[in-house]
Design a binder for this molecule. Structure first.
Ligand SMILES: [Zn+2]
Length: 524
């Protein structure tokens, strides 16, 4: 007797092999049989006309807090995502100790959540307790570790304490380390510091995911730094959301890919992920020069209010923004303060025009009034994105927080990648433009990221593997989210199983409590 049999589906097993006709039997959360199945089950699904694939692995996300706010992960599971990697770009919600407490609280405020943990282990317990819909693969953020051990805002970071804390967190279930080297405090760390940490990370089997130091004019130096860290420490390197930002840098992904491939030939384990959009998204403050954030006795607020420093900030920020395509390329996507919510969805050039101000004055005002200002930047070329997405080494990451079509997680106009990344690849790259084969695209969404992450029992349809599965309708699969209307669910995902449980079906929505697990050990 099985728990579930899926009959008559076309199986895309995740290896890249062509689809084949077979039934699947599931028991105790695992796929137990593939083929012509005669037994009986508590439940049967007739999947005639559908493809059955392994669940998609979103290798780069920011759902660290949103999943506690709403464990249904609606924007993700409706794309067929069954596993999310959290703790990226140098930020994780734990350990919340020392100087990291204020940062985590600030981040939780956006979701109206209270801080109820301190150690990494306690945070993982909180994740388990909410019974998430999808599996969560936790990384620890380098920026959070740095804040946690720093005695005061302008004190040196004790390298000994940093190393010790990383060891502790890896022992508590973190599967690796992430950096965000454009954001404070990661941007103040040396390559040496990261190498030192990555040696320990490598010894414990962790992955190193990095938002590299520069994605514009100094892209190639930044890729080289990531490779050097892998070469010196022996760590597995995952370059996050690989891109070449700004018109002057379009085309440079070819050289970046070349660096990566040459490093692999030398034996450095380095790969990358990407999202299928020509716009990026981050905080507005990331467009300011590093010294704006440097802890030199003055806060960013004080620097913005100082007339001399403000003029310097203006000149340097304008240069950075011009290199990305100008004020018209930056669209406000989220403001934590409601007062100016009419600006959300407009570019900084449009806001400046409508308010009769200079763009810099708008930027200054927004940064002074809001705890968080998020922007979308239309700064990538389609040819670059195509090259990066289609390369065999690529895996895919939404780079997004889980969202929903209603409630706290439906605020602002987040980047449409939150709702559409995976269906968009199948619609645009596979079905419409035919740049990728269907089975190859599914491989890059399943077995490829599973191998990268050391998830050796997920990402393929094989007896003994976790029953993370997607039933999809090829003809109708599509992303529906747009920049101006991002809160739209993708279509064509008919049902999703997570660890054998029916987590989503298009008729009934998301099942709660969910069947997701916290993948905090290599037995997961
Ligand atoms: Zn990032």
């Amino acid at each position: 007797m099985y728990d579930l049999i899926i009959r008559n589906g076309k199986i895309v097993d995740g290896t890249g092999a062509p689809w084949f006709a077979a039934d699947l039997a599931i028991r105790d959360g695992l796929i137990v049989s593939v083929g012509s199945i005669s037994g009986e089950a508590v439940q049967e699904i007739d999947a005639r006309g559908l493809f059955i694939t392994p669940g998609f692995i979103d290798i780069h996300t920011h759902s660290d807090e949103s999943v506690l706010c709403d464990p249904s992960s609606q924007s993700k599971i409706t794309q067929g995502i069954t596993t999310e990697v959290i703790g990226n770009c140098g930020y994780s919600a734990a350990p919340a100790v020392g100087g990291a407490v204020a940062k985590v609280k600030e981040s939780l405020a956006e979701f109206a959540l209270e801080l109820t943990w301190s150690s990494f282990a306690e945070y993982l317990d909180c994740l388990r307790r909410v019974r998430p819909s999808v599996n969560l693969y936790p990384l620890v953020g380098h920026g959070i570790l740095r804040r946690a051990v720093q005695a005061g805002p302008d004190q040196e970071v004790s390298q000994g304490k940093l190393v010790h804390l990383l060891e502790e967190v890896l022992d508590q279930g973190a599967r690796g380390l992430s950096t965000g080297l454009i954001y404070p405090p990661g941007c103040f760390a040396t390559t040496e510091e990261i190498c030192r940490l990555c040696k320990i990370n490598a010894r414990k089997g962790g992955i190193y995911a990095t938002h590299i130091r520069n994605e514009g004019d100094n892209l190639l130096d930044a890729v080289t730094e990531a490779i050097t860290i892998g070469e010196r420490s022996g760590v597995r390197v995952q370059i996050s959301h690989l891109k070449a930002a700004g018109p002057a840098n379009h085309g440079r992904v070819t050289e970046a890919l070349d660096l990566i491939l040459r490093a692999r030939e030398r034996g450095v384990d380095v790969a990358y992920d990407a999202y299928p959009y020509t716009a990026s998204s981050t905080g507005l403050s990331a467009y300011l020069p590093d010294w704006a954030h440097r802890p030199d006795g003055r806060t960013l607020r004080e620097k913005l209010l100082d007339p001399t420093l403000s003029r310097r900030l203006q000149a340097e920020t304008e240069a950075i923004v011009v290199a990305r395509g100008g004020w018209g390329a930056l669209m406000v996507s989220f403001l934590s303060d409601q007062a100016n919510s009419w600006m959300v969805g407009l570019s900084l050039a449009e806001i400046a025009e409508q308010t009769g101000q200079e763009p810099w004055s708008v930027v200054k005002e927004l940064l002074l009034q809001n705890q968080t200002v998020e922007v979308i930047c239309f700064c990538l070329s389609q040819a670059d994105v195509d090259q990066v997405i289609c390369h065999p080494l690529a895996t895919f990451g939404s780079d997004a927080t889980s969202r929903a079509v209603q409630g706290v997680l439906a605020q602002g106009k987040p980047h449409p990648r939150a709702f559409g990344t995976f269906p968009r690849i199948i619609r645009d790259y596979v079905r419409e433009r035919k740049l990728l084969g269907f089975e190859e695209a599914i491989r890059k969404m399943t077995s490829a990221p599973a191998a990268r992450l050391g998830l050796y029992r997920r990402g393929m349809i094989r007896p003994g593997f976790a029953a993370d599965l997607v039933g999809l309708d090829y003809a109708s699969i599509a992303d529906q989210a747009t920049y101006l209307e991002p809160h739209r669910l993708s279509t064509g995902i008919v049902f999703v199983l997570v660890n054998g449980g029916l987590a989503y079906d298009v008729a009934g929505g998301v099942t709660l409590p969910g069947f997701g697990q916290v993948l905090s050990s290599d037995k997961a």
